[in-house]
Design a protein around this ligand. Structure first.
Ligand SMILES: O=P(O)(O)OC[C@H]1O[C@](O)(COP(=O)(O)O)[C@@H](O)[C@@H]1O
Ligand SMILES: [Mg+2]
Ligand SMILES: [Mg+2]
Length: 300
C-alpha cells in the first residue's frame, strides 16, 4: 500500500507542502466525527448571505485553528469568513482558500458532502486559479476519500481508520466524454444560452445526476465524465458558486484529470479575482462537452 505522505514525497513536493497537505487531510476524521453533534442550522449568515450550518462553522473554526498554528500558511480565505485571515508568525508563504463544508444543505440528509482546499505557494489568496500549486477535496461518503493534485495528474486516497493512514486508491484519472449532467437553478430562471445547452444534452441523450453537493457531483465526473453546472441565472448573472473556494480548486483538479471548466466564455481559472466572495457561473467536466458549451454561448 502506498500512503499519502510517501506518494507526495515521491512526487518531489516541497517537504512543507507535503506536511501541509497531510495536516489538512488529517482534519477530515475530526470533521467527520463532528457531523453527529452538528446537524442543526445556525441563525447566522456567511459572507455570501447564506444561512450557516453548525458544521460549516465547526469545520471552518477547526481548520483555521489547526492550519493557523502549523506555521506553514500566511493567509487563509474561507467561504465562512468575511475577510482574509493573516498569520503574521507564519514561517512559510503558502496561501490557502477553502470551502470548509461544501454541500451544507445535505448534512441532514446524510448524502455525500466534502471539504475543498486550494493552495498557492506564495503571493496571497487573491490570485488566478491557474496559479494554484495544489488543490484537494475530501468526500465524506461510505469511505472518506481524499482527491489531490500537486500538478502531476490527480490521485485519490482512502482513509483507513485501522492503520490511521490515507492509502492510494487510484493513481491517475482521465475524464472520459461522459453522458451525465447536473444543473443547479430552476428552469424559469435559466438564460437562453443555458436552455440551449440543456437542449443539447437532451438531444445527445444525457442522463441527469444532481445531488446538491458540488464536490460529490463533480467527483463522479472523474469516473463517468459529463458535466456539472451552476449557470448564470436571470436574477443572478454570476450564478451561485464562489470563484476562490469552489470553482478554482475543483477546476484545477478536473483540468489536471484532462477535463475542463468554463463560465460559458472563458475558464474561471484565468479570472483575476477582485472580491474574496465573488461568484462565477460554472460548467465543469469533460473537455469535449465544455468546448461545445462555449460554442453554444458564442452563437448567442
Ligand atoms: O441547493 P442548490 O441551489 O441546488 O445548490 C446546491 C449547490 O450549492 C452548494 O451547496 C454550495 O456550496 P455550500 O454548501 O458550500 O454553500 C453546492 O455544493 C451545491 O452544488
Ligand atoms: Mg460550497
Ligand atoms: Mg460551504
Amino acid at each position: 500500500m502506498v500512503y499519502l505522505q510517501k506518494y507526495l514525497e515521491d512526487c518531489g513536493c516541497d517537504p512543507d507542502l507535503v506536511q501541509l497537505i497531510r495536516l489538512i487531510s488529517r482534519q477530515m476524521e475530526p470533521i467527520r466525527k463532528a457531523f453527529l453533534d452538528n446537524q442543526f442550522y445556525e441563525h447566522t449568515l456567511n459572507a455570501s448571505g447564506e444561512v450557516q450550518a453548525a458544521l460549516d462553522k465547526w469545520a471552518d473554526a477547526h481548520l483555521i485553528k489547526v492550519i493557523g498554528e502549523s506555521g506553514y500558511v500566511r493567509e487563509i480565505a474561507s467561504e465562512e469568513q468575511e475577510d482574509i485571515i493573516r498569520f503574521e508568525n507564519s514561517r512559510r508563504e503558502y496561501a490557502m482558500v477553502m470551502d470548509p463544508l461544501d454541500g451544507s444543505s445535505l448534512i441532514s440528509t446524510n448524502l455525500a458532502v466534502g471539504t475543498i482546499v486550494g493552495i498557492y505557494e506564495s503571493g496571497g489568496v487573491m490570485q488566478k486559479g491557474s496559479n494554484l500549486k495544489a488543490a484537494c477535496y475530501t468526500l465524506f461518503g461510505p469511505l472518506t476519500v481524499l482527491v489531490v493534485s500537486v500538478g502531476k495528474g490527480v490521485q485519490s486516497f482512502a482513509w483507513d481508520p485501522k492503520s490511521e493512514h490515507y492509502y492510494l486508491l487510484k493513481k491517475s484519472f482521465d475524464i472520459p466524454e461522459g453522458k451525465i449532467y447536473g444543473s443547479g437553478g430552476v428552469y424559469k430562471d435559466y438564460i437562453p444560452a443555458h436552455e440551449k445547452v440543456l437542449s443539447y444534452f437532451d438531444e445527445k441523450g444525457f442522463k441527469v445526476r444532481y445531488s446538491g453537493s458540488f464536490v460529490a457531483d463533480c467527483h463522479q465526473l472523474l469516473v463517468y465524465g459529463g458535466i456539472y453546472t451552476y449557470p448564470a441565472l436571470k436574477k443572478s448573472p454570476k450564478g451561485k458558486l464562489r470563484l476562490l473556494f469552489e470553482a478554482n480548486p475543483l477546476g484545477y483538479i478536473i483540468t489536471q484529470a484532462g477535463g475542463a471548466i468554463t463560465d460559458g466564455y472563458q475558464s474561471p481559472l484565468d479570472i483575476q479575482p477582485e472580491k474574496v466572495h465573488q461568484r462565477t457561473p460554472i460548467y465543469i467536466g469533460s473537455a469535449g462537452i465544455i468546448k461545445k458549451i462555449e460554442e453554444i454561448y458564442r452563437e448567442q
